[in-house]
Design a binder for this molecule. Structure first.
Ligand SMILES: CC(C)(COP(=O)(O)OP(=O)(O)OC[C@H]1O[C@@H](n2cnc3c(N)ncnc32)[C@H](O)[C@@H]1OP(=O)(O)O)[C@@H](O)C(=O)NCCC(=O)NCCS
Length: 190
């Protein structure tokens, strides 16, 4: 399913859409890797602190599509891939947490930020998780990722904890902030 916002009227605004990825065209994979590279260089990657290079990014994203627990979502601006996010389901052996999933590795290329794309991306991941019957969506961010913190708090994510040794960036230990959101109507678990 594709969600598209293409607003009419002047001045013309770019079209934005989010879709679940089931495969990559060469152009989409190239755009995704370029967007990821730019986001990592900008300082807010999805784990990477230094850009790993084009081949490694291509292998990474192709690999994500093969992992049974992961679903990749792509954000597009005017048809070009400008970001992505992953819905990560719990492994089968994790019966105790079978009701919860994780939102991970969300990013938008710097030039396409501030237009609502990450909001669309997050809401699409929530919708997919809800449709699969998950009741809780968990995520965590570095405490330095101020835009992400504002984004998730604006979307109703509840801050439940601080991880004191969450990440190492530039030789410095960075704290992490942990969030959850109840997905089902009424916000109940059960
Ligand atoms: C966080 C990120 C995904 C936001 O993407 P985006 O497309 O610019 O976000 P949106 O346009 O949907 O913004 C939605 C809300 O987030 C908040 N927000 C976004 N950018 C912000 C910024 N630079 N400063 C403060 N708040 C910000 C605002 O509340 C905003 O709502 P508003 O526009 O009504 O004020 C993007 O900045 C990014 O890729 N950052 C680096 C990677 C990262 O931190 N990923 C998340 C954790 S893995």
């Amino acid at each position: 399913m594709t969600d598209t916002v293409a607003e009419a009227g002047a001045p013309p605004r770019s079209s934005m859409s989010v879709e679940r990825a089931t495969g990559f065209s060469d152009d989409d994979l190239a755009a995704l890797c370029e967007a990821a590279d730019a986001a990592i260089i900008d300082g807010g990657g999805f784990g990477w602190v230094n850009p790993p290079g084009r081949m490694a990014l291509e292998r990474y994203f192709k690999g994500v599509l093969l992992v049974p627990e992961r679903t990749l979502f792509l954000a597009r601006q005017d048809g070009i891939v400008v970001g992505s996010a992953q819905l990560v389901r719990p492994p089968r052996n994790n019966e105790a947490q079978a009701f919860s999933a994780n939102l991970k590795h969300s990013f938008i290329v710097p030039y396409a930020r501030g237009q609502g794309l990450a909001t669309m991306l997050t809401e699409r991941v929530e919708e997919a998780a809800r449709a699969l019957g998950y009741q809780v969506l968990n995520l965590d961010v570095r405490e330095t990722q101020e835009a992400a913190i504002a984004l998730y708090e604006s979307l109703g994510y509840i801050r439940w904890g601080i991880h004191p040794a969450y990440a190492r960036v530039g030789g410095r230990t960075v704290r992490g902030i942990c969030y959850y959101k109840l997905l089902q109507p009424g916000g109940r678990v059960g």
